[in-house]
Design a binder for this molecule. Structure first.
Ligand SMILES: [Zn+2]
Length: 131
C-alpha cells in the first residue's frame, strides 16, 4: 500500500466531491487529509477495497464497480449516494470497516454473497415492476 495524503489528488479522481474522504486505487490509498489518514476505520474500509481489487486482478474490479454504479444511477434517478451505496463492493466494505480483524479472517471472494444478494433483490424488483 502506498499512502497519498492530498485533497487535490483526491479531487481529480472524484470530480471534486468533497464528501469523499479516501479512495483505494491499488496500490494507492489516497486520503483527503491527515485526519482521514489517521482514521483506522477509513483505512480499514480502503484496505477491504484493496483486497477486492486484488481478487479481481485490479482492472475487472473497476469495470464491475462502474457497471454497478451506473446501472444503479439509471435505476434510482441519478442519485449518487443511493447508487454508490448499492455497489456490492461498498456494501461489504461498509459492513466490515469497523471490524479491524476482518481482513485477517476474510475468506477469498467474500464479496460474492453481496453480488448474489444484489441480483436476487434486482430480480424481485423487476418482477414487481419497481424499476
Ligand atoms: Zn468504499
Amino acid at each position: 500500500m502506498i499512502v497519498v495524503v492530498s485533497g487535490f489528488v483526491l479531487d481529480i479522481f472524484t470530480l471534486r466531491n468533497k464528501q469523499v474522504t479516501a479512495m483505494a486505487l491499488w496500490p494507492f490509498v489516497i486520503f483527503r487529509n491527515q485526519n482521514c489518514r489517521n482514521d483506522k476505520f477509513i483505512l480499514n474500509h480502503e484496505l477491504i477495497h484493496h483486497r477486492q481489487q486484488i481478487e479481481l486482478l485490479i482492472l475487472p474490479f473497476y469495470i464491475w464497480y462502474f457497471i454497478e454504479y451506473w446501472t444503479a444511477m439509471f435505476r434510482c434517478g441519478f442519485k449518487h449516494h443511493t447508487a454508490y451505496m448499492s455497489i456490492s463492493f461498498e456494501k461489504e466494505a461498509y459492513a466490515h470497516e469497523r471490524d479491524l480483524n476482518y481482513l485477517k479472517k476474510r475468506k477469498w471472494l467474500a464479496s460474492w454473497p453481496y453480488f448474489i444478494t444484489k441480483f436476487k433483490q434486482d430480480d424481485r424488483r423487476k418482477k414487481n415492476n419497481q424499476f
